[in-house]
Design a protein around this ligand. Structure first.
Ligand code: ADP
Ligand code: MG
Length: 623
């Protein structure tokens, strides 16, 4: 059901203009997920239909017909129907059964051990099997639907966040989940990067900062140390505890109450609804104590009480554990606390004043970044990143890596990669080349982008000619081709002949002006064609080598005319002719054989020629 906006002044239905090029930001969390977008230049989290909550609990319940309920309504089933209620599916993304180790018991639903070790885990609900990707897709679909209802327009494009420590498999799984939910995932962004962006850190192109992002969520703790340099985010270190979060604070309260009020453990085990009521009361107490000093509630016959200072004592060891992880991360990054410019608080559990205070004290800061809702900040930042990708923030270009390789064309139309894909920018790289023809004065430099071996299959970014190379024999000039790719995505290419100092520089603008689909296609092509590429590369290399040898042979015949017999001359010419013919064909092995034959035949003559030169030289010398 979509809400209909009514203009009260004019009494008609206000038609909101659909947002063109809408890209939403999604925080796909372990405990809670949410979706945000940019409204009037500000990121806002999208609320439910009642306009109340932004968070969607990452919980999925399946009824007997395998119909799924996602979010708050599914949460109630965690106790009522644990076997058919999925929580913490994020922990299973990109994981094989063997990765779960001792934590298998953590899940109340059934995780299937597949025969093949490498296969990713599946979850069994009744007689059906679900992958973590499918389950995450259910959450994402819910968020997509929520955004579509609220904005009254289709939502197709999204940026999704993941923890900084997620590996390729986990990132890919997240991407796939998005695809399955009908989303075009334009980028996977690190959660700490998104949080920084939400605070406007890193949006300024000139900014150089080191940032600590402290993220205490429902079940996990992450500390990330980032270096932000001219719009480039580099993760210097991550640390944390995948089983430490708000749930543990709740548990600490529950244990405390059990002792104080003599609540029998055995009784609790039998009485699931009492157990659940106490768990909810503990979480309510925790949340209440974030803004007041005392808490009291009634559960069955018990009046449960908790004050803030007791709560702080209870959670002290847990908070200390997070600080130890912060210290470890600093050590890994080889940084002192004083090197941290900003501390950013993320995750619902950082609402606890004691947590904030302890973190602030640990980092020895006057103030920390805690103005934004900590459980929304990642989604807000994802929306900022989405807006940048949508091209709405013209002067910012956030780049962390080059998506495709950059290189130049070498002899025979081959791609010679100078900056490989996935290299962090800014980056400088260079390589030396030489000429292939005697007395060559000009050298054409053609710059390409792509993963294929032949430049013809890649994308030409630009080309220029280095002129005025002084005449030298082929192979003698030293031409350095130097690439500088800066944070704005502008590639500067310099060609310099080192012996003479002749130099030329060109700017190749934005090699990123390529759609995600094109990029995906180019990468896919390179994989599909890897084998044929390799074959044609070998053929072209053989032909190039043959050309060189033929050139050298004609020089050889001229220079050694005096010392060669007629028969030798005829034979060399014959072999050269055979090679020439072979090099016009498609058989690289034949070309190589012809080259070997020519080389083998000419070798003794070359030796003789060399001896001759030496003895001539010796003769001229008076000993
Ligand atoms: P995740 O990133 O793991 O999906 P969140 O960032 O949404 O999780 O954090 C959820 C946790 O935050 C829960 O444990 C919840 O109890 C806790 N939380 C939410 N609000 C408060 C509050 N006001 N005070 C203390 N803890 C809170
Ligand atoms: Mg989170």
């Amino acid at each position: 059901m979509a809400r209909i906006p009514i203009d009260l002044v004019k009494g008609n239905i206000k038609k909101e203009e659909p947002i063109s090029n809408l890209i939403v930001g999604i925080d796909l969390g372990t405990t809670n997920s949410l979706v945000a977008y940019i409204k009037d230049n500000q990121p806002v989290a999208i609320k439910d239909e009642q306009g109340k909550h932004t968070l969607v609990p990452s919980v999925i319940h399946f009824d007997e017909n395998h119909d799924a309920t996602v979010g708050t309504n599914a949460k109630a089933y965690l106790v009522k129907d644990p076997q058919n209620t999925i929580f913490s599916v994020k922990r299973l993304m990109g994981k094989a059964f063997k990765d779960l180790g001792e934590y298998q018991d953590f899940f109340s639903y059934k995780i299937i051990d597949t025969e093949v070790e490498e296969t990713l885990v599946k979850i069994r609900i009744g007689n059906k099997f679900y992958t973590p990707i499918e389950l995450s897709a259910k959450i994402l679909s819910q968020l997509k639907e929520r955004a579509e209802n609220a904005l009254n327009q289709p939502v197709q494009k999204a940026v999704i966040t993941v923890p900084a420590y997620f590996n390729d498999a986990q990132r890919q799984a997240t991407r796939d989940a998005g695809k399955l939910a009908g989303l075009d995932v334009l980028r996977i962004v690190n959660e700490p990067t998104a949080a920084s962006l939400a605070y406007g850190i890193g949006q300024d192109k000139e900014m150089v900062k080191t940032v600590a992002v402290y993220d205490l969520g429902g079940g996990t703790f992450d500390i990330s140390i980032l270096n932000i340099d001219h719009g480039i985010f580099e993760v210097l270190a991550t640390n944390g505890d995948t089983f430490l979060g708000g749930d543990d604070l709740d548990k600490a309260i529950l244990e405390h109450w059990k002792t104080v009020y003599n609540i029998d453990a055995a009784q609790l085990k039998e009485n699931q609804s009492l157990n659940q009521a106490l768990r909810i009361a503990a979480e309510t107490a925790k949340k209440a104590l974030s803004s007041s000093n005392d808490f009291q509630t009634q559960v069955e016959a018990w009046t449960l009480e908790l004050d803030r200072s007791t709560f702080e004592q209870l959670i002290h060891p847990l908070v200390q554990k997070t600080l130890a992880a912060c210290a470890a991360a600093l050590k890994d990054a080889d940084l002192d606390k004083s090197a941290i410019d900003e501390v950013i608080m993320v995750g619902g559990s950082t609402r606890v004043p004691y947590v904030k205070e302890q973190v602030r004290t640990f980092f020895e800061k006057e103030s920390i970044n805690d103005d934004l809702n900590p459980d929304e900040v990642v989604a807000l930042g994802a929306a900022v990143q989405a807006d940048i990708l949508a091209g709405n923030q013209k002067d910012i270009l956030l780049l962390d890596i080059t998506p495709l390789s950059l290189g130049i064309e070498t002899m025979g139309g081959l791609m010679d990669v100078i900056i490989p894909r996935n290299t962090k920018v800014p980056i400088k790289a260079g390589r030396q080349y030489t000429t292939s023809v005697d007395g060559q004065k000009n050298l054409k430099v053609s710059v390409y982008q792509g993963e294929r071996d032949l430049v013809a299959d890649n994308r030409l970014l630009g080309s220029f000619v280095l002129r005025g190379i002084p005449p030298m024999p082929a192979g003698l000039p030293k031409i350095e081709i130097h690439f500088l790719l800066n944070a704005d995505g502008i590639l500067k290419v310099r060609a310099k002949e080192l012996r003479s100092g002749v130099e030329q520089t060109v700017e190749v603008r934005s090699p990123y002006g390529i759609s995600e689909e094109d990029m995906a296609r180019m990468l896919l092509d390179s994989l599909k064609n890897a084998k044929t590429d390799m074959q044609s590369r070998a053929l072209i290399e053989a032909r190039t080598e043959a050309d060189h040898l033929l050139l050298a042979t004609s020089k050889f015949l001229q220079q050694n005319d005096a010392i060669m017999s007629d028969e030798e001359k005829t034979q060399v010419s014959k072999l050269a002719e055979a090679l020439k013919e072979a090099s016009q064909g498609e058989d690289k092995d034949l070309i190589n054989t012809c080259m070997d034959e020519l080389n083998d035949y000419a070798r003794p003559i070359a030796h003789r020629s060399m001896d001759n030169t030496i003895s001539n030289a010796m003769q001229g010398k008076k000993v």
